[in-house]
Design a protein around this ligand. Structure first.
Ligand SMILES: [Ca+2]
Length: 201
């Protein structure tokens, strides 16, 4: 009887634990591009091709040539040590073995409102896109050292000015309590909201 009771309790608890994650997607189907850019990358919306899903994708062009531009694709906030975040996106790269190529990477940003704050590298997937056309690349991060925010980077590795990659169908999986910010939540609005909240006290 005691065993049955314990087992019953376990059955009630396990599904709740398993469901305590959220998965959100973003496909660049509206008017927004990125949350921010580091380096010489210029983001724009692509309406013709290559598009992976829907009718638009993110185009990311290097100009002028130099460095490794990073497109800030998603910002996951309200994280705690031990939390895991998984991110993936489809990238279009049709030049096998040479640049342009992409890697999915991340850095900590523990600031609540400024997407350009850098709180240290979070690492990422060391593999480059293979140049096979559309390809899904992904990575999983585990939060440590008291970090609370993770910025997902779409990196562009380039050999010449105007080298371009296309990104589409971004997926983020994070704990239920985390906040997932995509480019369609204008940071200006986030700032405005915070200013309003602070002003009201
Ligand atoms: Ca799309």
């Amino acid at each position: 009887m005691k065993f049955l009771l314990s087992f019953g309790t376990l059955l009630l608890v396990l599904p709740m634990t398993a469901l305590a994650i959220q998965t959100e997607t973003y496909g660049w189907e509206d008017v927004y591009t990125v949350l921010g850019v580091y380096g010489n990358g210029v983001p724009d919306l692509e309406y013709v091709a290559p598009v992976h899903g829907g009718s638009q994708s993110l185009e990311f062009v290097e100009t002028p040539y130099g460095g490794t531009p990073q497109a800030y694709l998603a910002w996951i906030q309200n994280l705690s040590d031990g939390d895991t975040v998984m991110a993936s996106y489809w990238v279009y790269d049709d030049t096998p073995g040479v640049n342009p190529a992409s890697r999915i990477w991340g850095h900590w940003n523990d600031d609540p409102v400024d997407p350009m704050v850098y709180s240290g590298s979070a690492g990422g997937n060391g593999d480059y896109s293979q140049g096979i056309g559309w390809e899904l690349i992904e990575w999983e991060w585990t939060v440590s050292d008291g970090h609370t925010g993770l910025m997902i980077e779409g990196r562009l590795y380039s050999s010449a000015e105007f080298d371009t990659i296309w990104i589409d169908d971004l997926t983020i999986t994070a704990p239920d309590g985390a906040t997932i910010i995509f480019p369609n939540i204008p940071v200006a609005l986030v700032r405005q909201t915070w200013a309003d909240i602070k002003a009201s006290f």
